[in-house]
Design a binder for this molecule. Structure first.
Ligand code: NCD
Length: 474
């Protein structure tokens, strides 16, 4: 065992896992290596979490995730308390998530929570005082499903680095694909986005891919110049440049070359009906892309593994279940060792140390975007965000990071949604009286001259005027 491996294990103890970006690449690789070890030396883990209690709070439907978490805790010798119906908890009486977190944090040693509000797990992690695992927060993220997905990919392809993966189906409301896309980008992947009509990945997911992971995002309009069979039609393509030469090439030619190489895996998802307020009229079931035997015969898919977080509905034909490339049931079974590894590490009671097969010299760390600390009345525009729920907005601070650019954007620290408030001003202290301070359009050149820490952003000219500013446009 290298001392590095020991340090990685130790650093995970006591932490929460609300987003896949909470852990570095090395930490993710360590969890996967420990999951392989669990599968091999199950008996060594049988009493690892004896005396520990996991609170299993599932406020949305679940079969695999809840049962695999609970099985994992029981196989580690731990015990459970659980709530599966929000109506049977005090949340239904108007209790805040923060209060619930503080109370349950005093009973259990670890919380696993699935909740319909985006960012809910982050709030619980902030208030519980014990490790919290996000088992799915609305359409935002599902980081432990990503661990299962990466585990399956690494086992079958022998590595995590540099894979080519097509994300397929409901990329808009499906949370598993959001966490997976971020993780894959960090491991130098090429990601092909193949959504159903009207189900493209949300803008904030694409924009985070473009700003935070060092690769290039090529959008649909450029891709439409690329010709091809097989993988197309493709809505967006994320590429990790493999050579400086690649960057210099025309984007549509580079994209074409990438697409021509086919994909290591198709990651298929079902239509997330429950998250669509009203089924859109133009969303016809026959438009939803289906993976079946004839697709797997096409160019680019000959070697493609088929993954799916399950449950499936109609998007995955039954005729491929016996195909050796179909891995979805295996993927689901691996949920138990993967979650045993995660739980034992967060509780600091893993009985074994392992050596990950891949080490990352320059380990990935989240980009340190500046925090936006000014009170200018800006609210997250995502109505499913936890900060916009009546019980929560009374106490939750609005937290954003600033994505510097033209226009500047604010990213919600809970749900990751981004917005570009249209009005800017500077907070720099200067001698002029307040009444002579000006506001400007956020896209103006003037806005680019303000230092990030002084940038004030407003949702409207009225808000800026209410703060005592006057229009700078003459
Ligand atoms: C997924 C989920 O809940 O997001 N299921 C799972 O956890 N395996 C995918 C889905 O429900 O479609």
């Amino acid at each position: 065992m290298s001392s590095d491996a020991g340090a990685v294990a130790q650093a995970l103890a006591g932490r929460s896992f609300a987003s896949v970006d909470d852990f570095s690449n090395q930490e993710l690789a360590y969890i996967l290596a420990l999951a392989s070890d669990v599968a091999e030396y199950k008996e060594s883990f049988a009493y690892a979490c004896r005396g520990k209690i996991m609170a299993s709070l599932f406020f949305e439907a679940s079969t695999r995730t809840r049962l695999s978490f609970e099985t994992a805790m029981l196989r580690l010798g731990g015990q459970l308390v659980s709530a599966i119906d929000i109506g049977a908890t005090s949340l239904a009486k108007g209790e805040t998530l923060a209060d619930m977190a503080r109370v349950v944090g005093g009973y259990a040693d670890l919380i696993v929570i699935r909740h319909p509000w985006e960012g809910a797990a982050r709030v619980v992690a902030e208030y519980a005082g014990i490790p919290v695992i996000n088992a799915g927060d609305g359409g935002h993220e599902h980081p432990t499903q990503t661990l299962c997905d990466l585990f399956t990919l690494q086992r079958e392809r022998g590595r995590l680095q540099g894979l080519r993966i097509a994300l397929w189906g409901d990329l808009r409301y499906g949370r598993t694909v959001h966490s997976l896309a971020f993780a894959l980008a960090r491991f130098g992947a090429t990601i092909v986005f193949r959504p159903g009509i009207g189900l493209a990945a949300p803008e904030h997911v694409l924009s985070k891919l473009a700003t935070d992971y060092g690769g290039e995002l090529v959008r649909g309009d450029v891709l439409s110049q690329a010709e091809g069979e097989g993988v197309l039609p493709v809505d967006a393509l994320y590429m990790t440049p493999r050579s400086p030469h690649q960057l210099a090439m025309l984007p549509h030619l580079t994209a074409q070359l990438e697409l021509d190489q086919g994909v290591d895996a198709l990651y298929v998802t079902r239509l997330q009906k429950e998250r669509m307020e009203t089924m859109k009229e133009d969303l016809r079931p026959e438009d939803y892309p289906v993976v079946d035997r004839s697709l797997l015969r096409k160019k680019g898919f000959e070697r493609s593994l088929v993954l799916h977080p399950l449950p499936r509905v109609d998007e995955l034909s039954l005729d491929i279940d016996s195909d050796p490339r179909s891995l979805y049931f295996k993927q689901a079974h691996q949920g138990v060792p993967v979650r045993m590894a995660l739980i034992s590490l967060l509780l600091g009671c893993s009985p074994r140390r392992v050596e990950p097969s891949e080490w990352f010299e320059d380990d990935w760390r989240p980009v340190a975007h500046p925090r936006y600390t000014h009170e200018t009345g800006v609210r997250c525009a995502n109505e499913r965000c936890v900060t916009n729920q009546p019980s929560e907005l009374r106490y939750l601070p609005r937290k954003f990071v600033l994505i510097v650019g033209r226009p500047p954007r604010l990213r919600c620290s809970y749900c990751d949604h981004e917005m570009a408030p249209p009005i800017v001003a500077t907070a720099e202290a200067y001698d002029e009286p307040l009444s002579r301070r000006k506001y400007h359009p956020a896209r103006s050149r003037w806005a680019t001259t303000i230092r990030p820490e002084n940038l004030l952003l407003f949702a409207s000219a009225e808000d800026a005027e209410a703060a005592g500013l006057r229009s700078g446009v003459t």
